[in-house]
Design a protein around this ligand. Structure first.
Ligand code: DQA
Length: 144
């Protein structure tokens, strides 16, 4: 099984940014727990991060060609306004899980809207970094 994890803007700053919201663990730690689970469960995973909207769209388009079977995406703040990322997600017919580390519904009003979620298969919100691992389990059950 081949999965793609995409993290949008500022997620490379985990462990630095707003620790009371996103926790103390850094981006390297997030990558390591995803990789560890992938190795244990015989999953091939590519973990991609970009602060740039166009690079995220380019990587999603690549997924159309490279045999990716499922996507986990945390679009960061792009969640709330990027119709371009929404359109790129809508182009794909594989399962896609949107993830947010924090419970966006408890936060500022502008975070309550996701323009990307309606074109995803499902969403995991507010469960911390563990949400990425739960999303891997969810994709496993959908793909196999
Ligand atoms: C986030 C929530 C977004 O509102 C925010 O802009 C982020 C991170 C989350 O994982 O909780 O960058 O997607």
């Amino acid at each position: 099984m081949k999965l793609l994890v995409i993290n949008g803007p500022n997620l490379n700053f985990l462990g630095i940014r707003e620790k009371s919201v996103y926790g103390n663990e850094d981006y390297g730690y997030l990558k390591s727990i995803i990789q560890e689970k992938a190795v244990n469960e015989n999953i091939t995973v590519d973990i991609f991060q970009s602060n740039t909207e166009g690079n995220i769209i380019d990587r999603l388009q690549e997924a159309y060609y490279d045999g990716t079977q499922g996507i986990i995406i945390n679009p960061g703040a792009f969640t709330h306004y990027s119709y371009a990322i929404r359109d790129a997600l809508a182009s794909l017919s594989i399962p896609i899980i949107e993830i947010h580390i924090s419970n966006v519904h408890k936060r500022e009003e502008f975070r309550h809207t996701s323009v990307t979620a309606p074109v995803c298969t499902g969403q995991i919100v507010g469960l911390g970094l563990k949400g990425y691992l739960l999303a891997m389990d969810a994709l496993k059950s959908m793909i196999n």
